[in-house]
Design a protein around this ligand. Structure first.
Ligand code: THU
Length: 142
């Protein structure tokens, strides 16, 4: 198996495990996300809902927080695992959050617990994006 396919399997396993920890008693819609960084490390997160509904956070946001806390800044690949049914494509806010740390060609894979449903890029998900470069940041800043 190619190295990238091995990485995708590892990301899917991590995102699936994160999804099993989701706290989603209000929507009953569990999501897990996993990231591989340019440094070759992996981070994951799950959605965490709240009785004050707008305070809930998405799986992708949790994974990004773990990445930043660990000192990593460059996302190389993303996997989102949602429930069976319509593919759980990242919400608008998460597209922007991923874009902060990823170039437009960064792959985003959308899965259910059993299969890979679609592969796209953050550039396709968020075309003509507003990003760090608009406000004077280059990839090495921060
Ligand atoms: N959700 C995510 O975790 N990621 C997404 O990209 C889409 C939506 C969560 C938020 C909420 O807890 C539940 O899925 C239903 O919207």
């Amino acid at each position: 198996m190619s190295k990238s396919a091995e990485g995708l399997d590892a990301l899917r396993a991590m995102a699936g495990a994160a999804r099993a920890r989701a706290y989603a008693p209000y929507s009953n819609y569990q999501v897990g996300a996993a990231l591989r960084t340019a440094s070759g490390r992996y981070y994951s997160g799950c959605n965490v809902e709240n009785s004050a509904y707008p305070e809930g956070t998405c799986a992708e946001a949790g994974a990004i927080a773990q990445m930043v806390l660990a000192g990593d800044r460059t996302i190389a690949e993303v996997v989102v695992v949602g429930p069976p049914g319509r593919p759980c494509t990242p919400c608008g806010g998460c597209r922007q959050k991923i874009r902060e740390f990823a170039g437009p060609h960064t792959p985003v894979h959308v899965c259910n617990p059993y299969e890979l449903l679609l592969t796209t890029t953050i550039g396709e998900l968020l075309p003509v994006a507003f990003g760090p470069e608009h406000v004077g940041l280059s990839a090495d800043d921060g």
